[in-house]
Design a protein around this ligand. Structure first.
Ligand code: KIV
Ligand code: ZN
Length: 514
């Protein structure tokens, strides 16, 4: 049996999803979940791209355990490699991941380099990276549209210079499964020295083929599969981790039976990880998405319901329980005490500091006053809403009035460093009036780009979660707010995004000074 390795790039390629920007705390939280699930490599970021990315990679590297490798991306230039090496230095196992494009179109128009120049750069920079770190991955960007003979030459040079992983990206999601499988087999059979390197693949989903291409690559010799949670990533995204692993798991008769492929991920963590990534990135999972979409295990038609009741396997090829989608067996309510709450957190796999537990308990008590039963998903939402940047403004109180014959008005009172700032505003609707009042109070005019609202659980007393995306100049930020009252949830989301703006500004300033 061959155990494939999972290389998760949610924190790097996934963060390149349009509109997504994660802060250090959020990235750390996702990295912890990925480690718990058992991924082999976490690509934590691209340190040369920004001060924030450098910091995040370093923080993740510091905290990483024995069983995971922390990779940092670098272009094939020496300063990028230095920055990546510095960022991963605290990790027990670090990896520098260098890349350069090898297709004619990229070399001619993007890099403005000849083949010879690219080859020279590979030899020089991979050798340089190897001096800095014993684990070096080399990616030939746009490999699937590259000339095969040249690709082989480049991979041979990379291995000769010390790369121990060579990656074949389908950068623009162009390959068909048959072509991609053949390409991987070609590399496996023609690259001299390939026995000294691991073959990786990195597939994008522009034609909806990323997972199919990844699985066919594994059948043809790829042993490291690159992917993201929920399929996040540039444009249409990357191959989704949960789909790849559930393919291997559910069709073990095929993948293990015929190709000897197996995995070691803890699939029972899929559902939670997907929900946290969705909440922290603000990218909702498409309802009918395979494995983690809301509808993935629902049976709507009478015929299907009848079939599943009679025998589950009539319409279910995998169980919701296997990915950790379980009914709450112990719900909490307003009479539940600290002991029950702490117990619940432990059961749910949370390992919080005493302060974090205190804060969550207070929020739980507030919620239990308003909501008959508090479910696991409520607690999860509370904990996610606490992963926030240090706030510049906190909500003190607000008042909003609206009606079908009235102009809506809002007055807002916020605390800033012990001082209260107040403002009032009006608009066509109550939420816009509240947002205008916040703008006035903080002294900035933010642009509301997106606004979404969802119920965390079912029922009239469900918690509402609002996600907003704001922009100001070239900066955009996401905020999340949670409350049983949707106006309050919207206000909290807006203030969350505003705080993020001020936090990023401070970070930029301190970055500029270092
Ligand atoms: O899609 C791509 O080619 C990449 C590389 C940096 C591996 O993300
Ligand atoms: Zn990519």
């Amino acid at each position: 049996m061959k155990t494939v390795k999972f290389f998760d790039t949610t924190l790097r390629d996934g963060e390149q999803t349009p509109g997504v920007s994660l802060n250090v705390k959020e990235k750390l939280e996702i990295a912890r979940l990925l480690q718990k699930m058992g991924v082999d490599v976490i690509e934590a970021g691209f340190p040369a791209s920004s001060h924030g990315d450098f910091e995040a990679v370093q923080a993740i590297a510091r905290e990483a355990g024995e069983n995971v490798t922390i990779a940092a991306l670098a272009r094939l230039v020496l300063p990028d490699i230095d920055r990546a090496a510095e960022a991963i230095a605290p990790a027990r196992h670090g990896r520098i991941h260098v890349f350069i494009a090898t297709s004619e179109v990229h070399m001619q128009y993007k890099l403005r380099m000849t083949r010879e120049q690219v080859l020279e750069s590979v030899k020089k920079c991979v050798a340089y990276a190897k001096q800095k770190c014993p684990d070096v991955q080399f990616s030939a960007e746009d490999a699937s549209r590259s000339d095969r003979a040249f690709l082989v030459e480049v991979f041979e040079a990379a291995i000769e210079a010390g790369a121990n992983v060579i990656n074949i990206p389908d950068t623009v999601g162009y390959a068909t499964p048959e072509e991609f499988g053949t390409l991987v087999a070609y590399v496996r059979d023609h690259v001299r020295g390939i026995e000294r390197a691991e073959i990786a693949v990195h597939c994008h989903n522009d034609l909806g083929l990323a997972v199919a291409n990844t699985l066919v690559a594994a059948q043809n010799g790829a042993t490291q599969l690159e992917c993201t949670i929920n399929g996040l990533g540039e444009r249409a995204g990357n191959a989704a981790l949960e789909e790849i692993v559930m393919g291997l798991q559910t069709r073990a008769d095929y993948y293990a039976g015929r190709y000897g492929l197996t995995h070691r991920l803890d699939i029972s963590r899929i559902s939670r990880t997907s929900r946290v990534v969705s909440a922290l990135t603000g990218v909702e999972v498409q309802q009918n998405k395979a494995i983690v979409g809301r509808n993935a295990f629902l049976h709507e038609s009478g015929i299907h319901q009848h079939g599943v009741l009679a025998e589950r396997t009539t319409y279910e090829i995998m169980t919701p329980e296997s990915i950790g989608l379980v009914e709450d067996n112990m719900v909490l309510g307003k009479h539940s005490g600290r002991h029950a709450f702490d117990d619940k957190l432990r059961q749910m796999g949370y390992d919080l500091t005493p302060q974090e537990r205190d804060q969550a308990f207070e929020q739980f008590k507030d919620l239990a006053d308003k909501k008959r039963v508090v479910l696991d998903r409520d607690i999860e939402a509370i904990l996610q809403s606490n992963i926030q940047v240090p706030p510049t403004f906190t909500l003190s109180h607000y008042q909003v009035s609206s009606g079908n014959k009235l102009f809506a008005t809002a007055s807002m009172s916020l605390d800033r460093d012990g001082e209260t700032v107040r403002a009032a505003a009006s608009a066509d609707g109550p939420i816009q009036a509240a947002f205008n009042a916040i703008d006035k109070a903080v002294g900035c005019r933010f642009e509301l780009e997106t606004f979404s609202i969802r119920a965390v659980t079912e029922g009239a007393d469900a918690l509402g979660e609002v996600v907003v995306k704001l922009t100001l100049g070239d900066v955009s930020m996401i905020g999340r707010g949670l409350s049983v009252d949707i106006i309050e949830a919207a206000i909290r989301a807006y203030i969350g995004a505003v705080n993020r703006y001020f936090y990023e500004q401070k970070q930029r300033q301190s970055g500029a000074q270092t």
